[in-house]
Design a binder for this molecule. Structure first.
Ligand SMILES: Nc1ncnc2c1ncn2[C@@H]1O[C@H](COP(=O)(O)OP(=O)(O)OP(=O)(O)O)[C@@H](O)[C@H]1O
Length: 382
């Protein structure tokens, strides 16, 4: 098979090259170059590229560096800034996979190959003649949540050769076959943005604007913050408040107010109802539509995640007859942040059906103690 392999200089994608090469495929390696923000050099990219060249050389494979710099800044980063500005929490990794790695790359280069392979920890399964995004063997490394915005067409053209390997097996294999990056540390952080400080980046683009931090139960001002766009629902770190733990439980964007609540047990930290919008069902809707009558809600038992973590929650995915969807969780979910995505899995946690954006549960709550303002919050905590 003719396969385009996306390589980053990291050990995972190098092991992909080794595996596919050993299976006798015809490989073409690609590195996607994305520069930093204006005026910032990016020396780590040069190191990554050098590593990619070494891997290409080891297997005598063609290697190309392609740029998607403009596209990344135009689509992914503008989405990040817009989302943050509207008080929501963005998910750049998800958008990067959908728009860059499996979007523009596929359109321009990947389409000329039978498949495109990456070092993501995920798999593709066929069930009743249909392909599904499916979880990886290694539950700690599983990255299906980052992939849950892709389309069926994108999925149909992708291979994830590490889906059936644990990270330790990947490292062992890299050592055994003496890959030049066998001992290289894993990359951390947000997609291509891993190399820059997220908070600095936001400050540079959106500036700072001081505002009050209000204890939600009492309406008392207990501190000040740098601008609502630096904070996300469920956040604990970086609030600079004494007598914690304090958690962000709501925001009033109009007045630049952050609401916090004290303690791990506060009711306000948790919610069981998660309202969703714009679902992306990769392989079709998980609802069994044949049961649907005019007045009825339809529901399906699911597992789900609301953040990148090995833990799954369980609950029901419910669609009301007006088409609105929500999750009713079996247990309290901490820090439900609108703008983030709920990733929906089959009950047995094997198939990833797709994802939908978390939206605020519409409700009004009066904060009598804070200048009598009536705030429609961006919090989902019931
Ligand atoms: N700059 C890049 N150019 C081409 N492909 C990339 C690039 N960055 C990441 N990828 C692809 O996306 C996959 C997942 O990327 P992620 O950032 O999660 O890296 P990772 O899990 O640390 O993997 P690796 O060890 O290969 O860097 C990589 O394995 C690789 O196939």
């Amino acid at each position: 098979m003719k396969i385009a392999v996306l390589i980053s200089g990291g050990v995972d994608s190098a092991v992909v090259v080794h595996k596919l090469y050993s299976e006798g495929h015809d490989l073409h390696l690609f590195y996607i170059r994305i520069g930093m923000d204006k005026g910032e050099g990016d020396c780590s990219a040069e190191e990554d590229i050098e590593m990619c060249s070494l891997i290409a050389k080891k297997y005598s494979l063609p290697f190309e560096i392609v740029s998607l710099h403009e596209e990344y800044w135009q689509y992914v980063m503008s989405y990040v800034l817009q989302t943050v500005k509207s008080g929501l929490t963005p998910h750049p990794d998800m958008m990067c996979n959908k728009i860059i790695k499996f979007g523009f790359f596929e359109e321009r280069w990947g389409k000329n190959f039978d498949k495109t392979a990456t070092g993501h920890y995920a798999s593709v399964r066929e069930v009743d003649g249909k392909l599904y995004l499916a979880t990886a063997k290694d539950p700690i490394k599983d990255q299906t949540d980052f992939l849950a915005q892709i389309s069926y067409d994108q999925l149909s053209h992708i291979m994830f050769p590490l889906g059936n390997m644990d990270k330790s097996e990947v490292r062992d294999l890299a050592r055994q076959v003496s890959l030049p990056n066998a001992l290289r540390k894993d990359s951390q952080g947000i997609c291509f943005l891993g190399k820059i400080d997220y908070s600095d980046f936001i400050a540079r683009h959106l500036g700072e604007k001081k505002g009050p931090v209000i204890e939600i139960e009492t309406g008392k001002k207990i501190g000040s913050h740098r601008g609502y766009w630096f904070y996300t629902i469920g956040q604990r770190k970086g609030l600079g408040l004494s007598g914690g733990p304090w958690f962000v439980v709501g925001k009033n964007i109009k007045d630049n107010v952050i609401f916090v609540s004290n303690g791990y047990d506060t009711r306000l930290q948790y919610g069981r109802i998660i309202s969703l919008a714009e679902p992306n069902w990769i392989s079709g809707s998980p609802f069994v539509v044949s049961n649907k009558s005019e007045e009825q809600e339809v529901s399906v038992v699911i597992s789900f995640k609301t953040r990148h973590s090995p833990e799954f929650y369980t609950g029901m995915l419910v669609m009301s007859n007006d088409g609105n969807i929500k999750i009713v969780s079996d247990v309290d979910v901490q820090g439900i942040a609108p703008g983030q995505f709920a990733v929906i899995y089959s009950k047995d946690k094997i198939l990833c059906y797709g994802s939908a954006m978390i939206i605020p549960n519409v409700k009004k709550r009066r904060h009598h103690h804070y200048k009598g303002k009536n705030n429609l919050e961006t919090s989902n905590n019931d």
